[in-house]
Design a protein. Structure first.
Length: 180
């Protein structure tokens, strides 16, 4: 999909606007050490403590299961849980919701893509969240396969939106292997 104002961004940093998203992206890049993606063991939550309420670490199990290893308080509260550790998308979403999120998350682990989204990032029966999301691949070995993802959602909640605002977020993907 295209980014706002019809301008296609050339890099992850061109697409993202939220300082926290850019900070997480820079952290992920610093942990790569010449690899396609860092491993889960390279990610130290204490090094990104100021972002933790918005961050999630998710393990991938073939063919399409995503299991939370860690989810910040803002993320867990969005789904009505105190803690998402050990839960899968099937545990917290409707089947339709799970399929939608799985389709957006799979390129991270099957193709080693960085996925960035901007716009409506959550919705519930009578509340909507607008902001941005970044999903970053993790790999236990230097060249893959991808074994999970590091993600963040930065958003603001609103109670009402107009018909024009009711749409999926804009999304861009970038091959991790092509990110310097």
């Amino acid at each position: 999909m295209t980014a706002t104002a019809g301008k296609l961004p050339g890099t992850v940093s061109d697409f993202l606007e939220e300082p926290q998203s850019l900070q997480l992206f820079d952290y992920w890049c610093s942990k790569r050490a010449g690899r396609i993606a860092p491993s889960r063991q390279d990610i130290d939550p204490s090094e990104i403590f100021q972002l933790l309420s918005l961050v999630y670490l998710v393990d991938f199990e073939k063919p399409d299961i995503f299991r939370y290893r860690l989810a910040g308080t803002d993320i867990a509260e969005t789904f009505g849980h105190g803690n998402l550790k050990g839960l899968t998308l099937r545990d917290i979403l409707s089947e339709q919701g799970r399929q939608f999120v799985t389709a957006r998350w799979l390129p991270v682990v099957t193709e080693g893509r960085v996925v960035c989204m901007k716009g409506q990032v959550y919705n519930s029966a009578n509340r909507f969240a607008f902001g941005e999301r970044i999903l970053l691949p993790l790999a236990d070995t230097p060249k893959g396969p991808m074994t999970g993802l590091l993600g963040m959602t930065v958003c603001k909640w609103v109670d009402r939106i107009g018909p024009v605002e009711r749409r999926n977020s804009d999304m861009m993907t970038f091959l991790a292997a092509e990110i310097p």
